[in-house]
Design a protein. Structure first.
Length: 319
């Protein structure tokens, strides 16, 4: 996932933890709402229909709003809004915990305190267990829900201590175990997120380094081609006369020194012709050196066009 440039490493960790918290909380909401429907249906014959309706509406309204707001979360939110978003979700989960803890006071009456109370206690224990793992990505969210649900439940157990005394101590044990396993799950998720973000950071650094190396190689190849062109130009300038384009004196002497031993060894025919342009000085004196240069170019072109393949024409001296 690509984060805004203003995100620090800690901001990215907080973002991922909140994203996991919201995703897992949505799944938990779906399961707990099914348990809420089961609980409401089981009290249909023994509890007041208005009380059941009030509790169902409160529970469903809060949890539907939790799901609705969780889908609004995305990486385009600024940092301060992400923090506000997290605090709002924590508050909503506290309200959800209060709604679940209030099931004892709303659904259970004196006539159904034994059977109905036990039923609510079992369902609530399941809900707390689910929340301890599903909300573990945010310890505040998990602790807020568990405490909110447990406080009202514990109050009800103490109010009816003769019937629910052992349930009260069981609730304390359940809360402690939920906190311990919730913390362990939180640390595991946090470690996975940190490792993944660090690995992503290393991958990004390696990718940037690879791109830099490729660009450097491209620049090197480009410079190498430029140097080869320059070398070819220098080589051509070293062997050719600048004005006429013919081979220069240095080149022709090197070729003679190179080929002469072979000619002597194999008794080959070889011919050297040295030419001079008559009255060339008069051309320079009467018409200027520019005209003299044009004459040299014209004569050079005539010689190049008239030689055979393998013959060499070079400018040996001034003319």
């Amino acid at each position: 996932m690509q984060y805004p440039d203003k995100f620090s490493m800690q901001d990215a960790i907080d973002f991922e933890m909140l994203n996991i918290y919201l995703q897992q909380s949505r799944v938990a909401v779906y399961f707990t709402l099914m348990l809420a429907l089961y609980l409401a249906a089981s009290f249909y014959q023994i509890a007041d229909a208005k009380n059941i309706m009030v509790w169902v509406l409160a529970t469903f309204s809060i949890n539907f709003y939790i799901v609705y707001t969780s889908f609004q979360f995305n990486e385009e939110l600024p940092v301060y809004k992400i923090r506000y978003f997290k605090q709002r979700q924590h508050f909503l989960h506290i309200l959800s915990g209060l709604a679940w803890g209030g099931a004892f006071f709303i659904l259970v009456d004196a006539s159904s305190i034994q059977t109905g109370g036990y039923r609510v206690a079992v369902v609530l224990a399941i809900v707390i267990s689910i929340s301890a793992s599903s909300k573990a990505a945010s310890m505040r969210g998990m602790v807020g829900f568990v405490i909110a649900a447990s406080c009202l439940t514990g109050w009800y157990f103490i109010s009816n201590f003769s019937l629910f005394g052992w349930w009260f101590f069981g609730l304390l044990g359940l809360v402690c175990v939920s906190f311990i396993f919730g913390w362990m799950t939180n640390q595991y998720i946090l470690g996975q997120v940190e490792n993944r973000l660090l690995n992503d950071g290393y991958v990004d650094e390696l990718r940037a380094l690879h791109e830099k190396i490729e660009k450097t190689n491209e620049d090197f190849v480009k410079r190498n081609l430029e140097l080869q062109d320059i070398q070819e130009q220098l080589k051509m300038l070293a062997a050719h006369d600048v004005l006429t384009g013919l081979f220069n004196r240095r080149y022709i002497l090197e070729r003679i020194e190179e080929k002469l031993p072979e000619i002597k060894r194999h008794q080959l025919d070889c011919c050297f012709v040295i030419m001079d342009i008559d009255y060339f000085k008069d051309v320079n004196d009467n018409y200027g050196h520019v005209a003299g240069d044009d004459v040299l170019k014209a004569v050079s072109q005539i010689l190049v066009n008239g030689i055979r393949q393998g013959d060499i024409v070079a400018r040996y001296g001034g003319e």
